[in-house]
Design a protein around this ligand. Structure first.
Ligand SMILES: [Zn+2]
Length: 190
């Protein structure tokens, strides 16, 4: 087995036809609808786990990046939807943080409450707000492991300017989790 010295991944090709990059996503409901639709499409196309995420400029509603779960197809445990969205947003802005000088505030919408890894990355990413549709308990019901995530952790992040909150469309996001289970999708951890 040869050592691997580089890594590369791509969003599935269907993303190009499902995401309107020129649209303005004015409300929380519109922003979350995109994250949940990405999660649904990822299940329907069988291109990864049942999770989607998107990063927006908070004030303008401009879409900056999207992510879907790529853990299984990319052989990469770190490629949760939120991680992909953080990674692609940083590259687009050519900045390791989305909270740099001269940058507008950014926020992440995700189809499911972030796991321990994504919660940590949210702090490093520079987003100011994280809104999630399905709750951690919904993912755990399906058999996914969320890791150590507690209200105390959320308070820690809030004290540093990153607010986590339950957003709209929980039922719709839960339906995507159920769809994944029906399709006997891979439970890649937990
Ligand atoms: Zn995660």
């Amino acid at each position: 087995m040869k050592p691997v010295l580089s890594a590369r991944y791509e969003l599935p090709s269907w993303v190009g036809s499902k995401v309107d990059w020129g649209a303005t996503y004015a409300s929380d409901a519109e922003r979350m609808a995109l994250a949940v639709e990405l999660s649904r499409q990822n299940v329907e196309h069988r291109t990864g786990g049942p999770f989607g995420a998107a990063i927006f400029e908070r004030e303008s509603g401009r879409l900056v990046s999207v992510g879907v779960n790529l853990v299984v197809p990319a052989h990469d445990c770190t490629l949760h939807a939120e991680m992909v969205a953080f990674s692609l947003a940083g590259r687009r802005l050519e900045s390791f943080t989305l909270h740099g000088p001269g940058l507008p505030e950014h926020e992440l919408f995700t189809s499911c409450e972030p796991c321990a890894m994504c919660m940590g990355a949210a702090l490093w990413s520079g987003v100011r707000r994280v809104s999630f549709a399905a709750h951690g308990v919904d993912a755990r019901e399906l058999g996914f492991e969320e890791g150590p995530v507690s209200p105390e952790d959320h308070r820690y992040l809030a004290a540093r300017g990153v607010v986590f909150e339950a957003g709209p469309l929980r039922a719709e996001a839960r339906a995507v989790l159920a769809l994944y289970k029906e399709g006997e999708g891979v439970l890649y951890n937990g």
